[in-house]
Design a protein around this ligand. Structure first.
Ligand code: ATP
Length: 775
């Protein structure tokens, strides 16, 4: 029986044969790319091929170029490395090698190639495509192929996907695999920190990155390291002095551990290499800091393991986009690669990106470090500044504002990254000479402690205390879901007046959004509320209007994907098992959908779409059909994800029971409820890094208002905002606009969900038949 699911295939005018290959160093997520490309190609009515062993397979041909079927890529999302192999191929650097490769493609009838690799692989790809017509001419001229054999292949269609752990390609914010590698690094540094702190030691941690400091930089931001060395930005002055000063300051403030992160390619301003040993010797120098110092070289563990949720999402969505790009290309279309800017997946010309990437290496070689930094993406430069602002202690020497300002930090239900955001906000405030105040336990804490214990819930932050919060889960200053209206707006307004707060920085989810809305509306009545306020969304549900990303949502997805992987694997002995997993997310199906994308779910049920008897019946029929045809290819179970608030009637247990009853022994079913586990323990590096960057942007936004601005604030819509990532940009949106135009208040979510289109991708790649939406 043909095991390909019954999803209606898209009509394509000419059936294409699309080959996919992985090349260069392996990276987590490459298998997700192959799965997405193979399935999307089949879905679009094309034939999918895999070229094994990178360019080596293209040159050697034969068995290394294989047609793939739908089930050949089953379960690949959860596998590390690349299952179709990769290699460094010397032959492809030379024209004869590329000539043979061209011949092999034509003999296999392949007219499009999707290549996932680093800048080297993509350079090779572009060269191949440029040479293609001349390669065909030569093959005909030398009699290797007949002219008519080549007629249908005059244009080779190539699309690049960037798979690399280094995140070194210009033009994209992230490469497939970089966040997985960053997770491995942060995990290791978190472990090292415990022992460093116990023994009051220093550690020099060497991470990968010969020409790119992204991993070192982001690891520095995420772990709150004391100092970093990256190739693009050597210390302005004497690195020895600069590092020792900072480490000395931190130690003087009472810090018991020192972490220095160094990229493999670290250089000084003169272009000479800085090695971990040089750094260690300096930290250990008896005449200087005299710290007990160790070196840890992380090496290949950084590449290993399965992909984190973000890389799976990126691999899948970009793989789908690559197939679309192949099918839409005309002979005139420039060779493109698939990039991501903030949260937007886009096609970009490949050669420009490759040229810019090479310019970075050249600029570093020529010690033109400003150029090197400017050629990295925007986020890179910003994160570098964030790192410097949060690590360099400048307690007194840089007071920019005439009067000191107060900040109020206010959190809600804990979400990964909240502490990192508070830490960054406080460090930034202190470095600018502002006073940062903590408010414990939200508005409830603020209001309640007032009576018997005046000002008990409000206190100053201490640098040393928050410095250790970079990687801490939960919320150290506590959260509470009460709204200012619940506590009595008058009390809150009076307290703000008493404390003479100049600005309010809130970190939280939908309640915090509601709180800012209430405070804004009460400004007419209470002039003390005419202070600038901004919300940094932090909630695993990712349901705050004004942003496509909330702190904590990435941590949550990682936990969910991990849980589902384990559950799926537990079924490998029994094979025929369906798991129905209930996810959190309030009335937003974001977590369920993105989780489904990351684990390759068969179906995802969301509150936005609802769940009808008919949908359920169709899914049951589909599962029965799959298991009838399944002659053992399924090494693991299948998953259905249902958001906790999808239906008042159907929950995970009921659906599992229905499936069991309907299966008549063809398969088994079980429910699984990960519950609060999804809130996560240690926040993911992405949540930590974004927390730092966005928190600093928030304070900078508030800072613009200065002090005593009541009248100006009242009529300025930008004085009460939500910061968010929207498409390709980071933006502040006035809360008034969001409240009035973009919020679905009864369902506590944005009116438009940017991720709805991803649901279709889950359905297509999960092989689920298409449905008509319920009325
Ligand atoms: P990573 O980022 O992990 O280093 P990469 O793709 O940059 O990945 P490379 O070893 O540079 O890794 O390239 C992989 C393969 O791509 C090479 O072994 C070679 O076959 C091919 N390749 C690279 N550069 C070129 C080029 N200029 N011309 C032709 N082929 C190339």
């Amino acid at each position: 029986a043909d095991p390909t699911p019954t999803t209606p295939k898209m009509a394509v005018t000419t059936r294409k044969k699309i080959a996919i290959m992985t090349s260069g160093g392996d990276s987590p997520g490459m298998n997700g790319v192959v799965r997405a490309c193979v399935r999307m190609a089949i879905h679009m009515g094309c034939d999918a091929y895999c070229v094994y062993e990178g360019y080596e397979g293209l040159v050697r041909g034969g068995d290394l170029i294989r047609k793939m079927e739908w089930y050949d890529v089953r379960g690949w999302l959860s596998e590390g490395g690349t299952l179709i192999g990769t290699a460094r191929c010397m032959a492809f650097y030379e024209r004869p090698g590329r000539l043979t490769a061209a011949k092999n493609l034509i003999l296999n009838g392949i007219d499009a190639l999707i290549i996932c690799g680093g800048d080297g692989s993509l350079t090779g790809a572009d060269r191949f495509r440029q040479e293609w017509p001349s390669l065909l001419d030569e093959l005909v001229a030398t009699g290797e192929l007949q002219a008519e054999q080549t007629h249908a292949y005059r244009h080779l269609n190539i699309v690049g996907l960037v798979g690399s752990i280094d995140n070194d390609l210009s033009g994209t914010d992230a490469t497939i695999g970089c966040y997985s590698a960053l997770s491995r690094i942060c995990y290791a540094v978190d472990l090292i920190e415990a022992t460093a702190s116990s023994h009051s030691r220093a550690f020099v941690v060497e991470v990968m990155g010969r020409h790119c400091g992204w991993l070192a930089l982001m690891a520095g931001v995420a772990t709150g390291a004391d100092f970093i060395f990256i190739p693009e930005k050597p210390s302005e002055a004497n690195w020895r002095e600069e590092m020792c000063n900072i480490v000395h300051q931190h130690r003087a403030l009472g810090k018991r551990k020192t972490i220095v992160i160094i990229a493999e390619g670290a250089l000084d301003r003169q272009g000479s290499k800085i090695t971990p040993t040089m750094v260690k010797d300096l930290l250990a120098d008896k005449d200087g800091l005299g710290l007990d110092t160790r070196i840890t070289t992380l090496g290949h563990v950084q590449r290993g393991g399965t992909a984190v949720a973000y890389d799976r999402m990126l691999a899948t969505l970009q793989g789908v986009e690559a197939v679309k790009a192949v099918l839409e290309a005309t002979p005139e279309t420039k060779t493109c690669f698939i990039a991501i800017t903030e949260n937007k997946i886009i096609r970009k010309p490949l050669m420009e990106a490759v040229i810019d990437t090479k310019r970075v290496s050249k600029a570093i070689d020529q010690q033109d470090f400003d150029l090197a930094m400017s050629l990295r993406d925007h986020e890179f430069a910003e994160q570098y500044k964030s790192f410097m602002m949060t690590t360099a202690v400048k307690l007194d020497d840089e007071i920019m504002l005439p009067e000191s300002e107060n900040r109020l930090h206010q959190c809600r239900r804990p979400a990964g990254g909240m502490n990192a955001a508070v830490r960054a906000g406080v460090a930034y405030c202190l470095s600018r000479g502002h006073e940062a105040k903590a408010i414990h336990n939200g508005f409830a804490g603020f209001a309640r402690h007032h009576g018997d214990k005046p000002f008990g819930a409000v206190r100053d932050f201490d640098w040393l205390e928050v410095d250790g919060w970079a990687s801490k889960g939960g919320s150290e200053i506590g959260t509470n879901r009460e709204l200012p209206g619940d506590s009595g707006m008058e009390t809150i307004a009076n307290l703000i007046e008493q404390y003479r707060f100049d600005a309010l920085f809130l970190i939280g989810g939908f309640e915090a959004f509601h709180a800012v809305s209430q405070l804004r509306k009460a400004r007419d009545q209470y002039p003390s509320l005419c202070i600038p306020m901004t919300l940094l969304p932090a909630t695993i549900s990712n349901n705050v209007p004004g942003t496509e990303y909330s702190l904590g949502s990435d941590t949550c997805l990682n936990e969910l994907v991990d849980y589902c992987d384990k559950i799926k694997q537990s079924a490998s002995a029994t094979r025929r098992r369906v798991f129905v997993i209930e996810t959190q997310g309030g009335r937003s199906g974001y977590v369920a959908t993105l989780g489904g994308l990351g684990v390759g779910a068969s179906s995802v049920y969301t509150p936005e779409e609802g769940l009808s008897l008919e949908m359920l019946a169709q899914d049951v029929r589909h599962l029965k059909e799959i298991f009838t045809h399944d002659s053992g290819q399924s090494r693991a179970g299948r998953l259905i994800l249902i958001n906790e608030k999808t239906s008042k009637v159907y929950n995970a247990k009921l659906i599992a029971d229905i499936l069991r009853d309907e299966a008549h022994g063809r398969f088994e079913s079980r429910e699984g409820i990960p519950g609060h586990m999804q809130q996560g323990g240690v926040p993911s590096p992405m949540d930590r890094c974004r927390a730092v960057r966005l928190a600093i942007k928030c304070i900078q936004h508030l800072e613009k208002y200065g002090s005593n601005v009541h009248n100006r604030v009242k009529n300025d819509p930008m004085s009460a905002t939500v910061i968010g990532i929207k498409g390709a940009s980071v933006v502040f949106t006035p809360i008034k606009k969001l409240e009035e135009e973009e919020t679905d208040w009864p369902n506590r979510r944005p009116k438009a969900a940017f991720w709805l289109g991803m649901k279709e991708v889950v359905n297509i790649l999960g092989g689920r038949p298409t449905y008509s939406l319920p009325e």
